[in-house]
Design a protein around this ligand. Structure first.
Ligand SMILES: Nc1ncnc2c1ncn2[C@@H]1O[C@H](COP(=O)(O)OP(=O)(O)O)[C@@H](O)[C@H]1O
Ligand SMILES: [Mg+2]
Length: 374
């Protein structure tokens, strides 16, 4: 059996700003491909001393299976490999590894055996940049501040999220664990992570309709409301949402209406749609998509079922071009900051140069902190 260090080079934790209940996640290099990956390994505290499989242990089999089933969606994190490691340290370094690569069935069948041996399950996935995490971006960094996505981007994100749910629901899969910590957005593309609380519904007839409705409700309350307002649905500023199994089930059940009073500039169509989602009066994701398309029409989008005036359609093109410039500008500022920062840590540079680089890094950090687009 190979050593862990033969297959993976494990580096720092990348989850510290948004810790999960099940796992720790590290930057890593897959030494077989040379590619950078995110290495998600079960927290050691979920190992059972008698060798039984706790809920958290099984959840890794569940997540691998769902990620594999949804592989064709452009809106989920890509799963590359999965298996078990013997090291019990929170940040594993040593010991052995068993890698199942793409053999989901083998991985799931092996779960009880490795649980009994005290090994921990891991998933190796596409590594998404921290500055695309909506939680990281939108969390206020000074008191009483909040950000919101431009409506154009929020609508684009909502449409992509709904098409992911549409695909998932067609395969009897519900996502359920909606929160900004799980949403990555670069301004154009959506990627969703963490499918271990998601479920494949076994019995189509009984529970299912409510579960699909709940999935739409949770998306409206847990993702779309915060990104259009910068607020938690619990009416506080953004903060991490609890994530154990029970907490995911209960998280938004009491929320059936949303407060938009702090964001009067938000379009009525958007607030009304999200209110209906929160009230569970939208029962299927297809119904939500229809509503969303109608609203997007008011923002210059074009769909075959609704009328958009040529002027609105043109204005939207300008809007998109402008947003693209803003994002590009922000990216350039970030790159400039990184160049100065790297230069700053070179050995042997003169005092004058060091002072000037430090000043520039500070000023650019300020600029990035009051970003124009979350
Ligand atoms: N593929 C990834 N790329 C980058 N960061 C990730 C990735 N997956 C997880 N993370 C980070 O790790 C944190 C915990 O991961 P998550 O999958 O939510 O674990 P849990 O199942 O324990 O909730 C996330 O909030 C995110 O910050
Ligand atoms: Mg999570």
């Amino acid at each position: 059996m190979p050593r862990l260090s033969e297959l993976y080079q494990l580096d720092n934790f990348i989850d510290t700003f948004a810790l999960g209940h099940y796992a720790r996640v590290l930057d890593a290099v897959d030494l077989r491909t040379g590619g950078t990956v995110a290495f998600k390994v079960m927290r050691p505290e979920h190992l059972d001393s008698s060798g039984d499989m706790r809920w958290e242990y099984r959840a890794f089999g569940n997540e691998a299976e769902i990620l594999a089933r949804l592989w064709h969606s452009p809106n989920i994190v890509k799963l590359y490999d999965f298996g078990f490691i013997s090291d019990r340290e929170e940040a594993p370094r040593n010991g052995e590894i068993t890698s199942y690569q793409s053999d989901i069935r083998g991985f799931k069948e092996a779960l009880p055996r490795f649980a009994a041996a005290g090994w921990r399950p891991y998933l190796s996935m596409e590594n998404l940049p921290r500055h695309h995490s909506l939680f990281y971006l939108m969390k206020p960094n000074r008191p009483n501040s909040r950000w919101r996505l431009p409506s154009e981007e929020g609508l684009a994100l909502a449409l992509q999220f709904s098409s992911l749910l549409d695909l998932a629901h067609s395969m009897q899969i519900v996502y359920l664990d909606h929160k900004l910590e799980h949403v990555y957005w670069d301004g154009v593309h959506l990627k969703v992570i963490d499918f271990n609380s998601s479920r494949r519904l076994e019995d189509e007839r009984t529970q299912s309709p409510q579960q699909y409705t709940k999935d739409v409700h949770n998306m409206c309350v847990g993702v779309l409301y915060p990104l259009f307002t910068g607020m938690s649905p619990q009416k506080t500023s953004l903060r991490p949402q609890p994530s154990s199994r029970e907490a995911v089930e209960a998280r938004y059940t009491d929320i059936d209406s949303l407060d938009f009073s702090m964001e009067p500039s938000l379009s009525e169509g958007i607030t009304e749609l999200l209110q209906r989602g929160a009230a569970e009066s939208i029962t299927t994701v297809q119904e939500f998509i229809n509503g969303l398309q109608r609203v997007a029409t008011q923002h210059g989008w074009q769909f075959s079922d609704y009328y958009t005036s040529p002027a609105s359609s043109q204005a939207r093109e300008q809007m998109r071009a402008g947003l693209q410039r803003l994002r590009g500008g922000q990216e350039q500022v970030r790159e400039a900051r990184d160049l100065f920062r790297e230069a700053l840590i070179q050995d042997g540079i003169s005092r004058d140069l060091e002072d000037e680089l430090r000043r520039l890094v500070l000023v650019l950090n300020e600029m990035l902190n009051s970003r124009v687009v979350p």
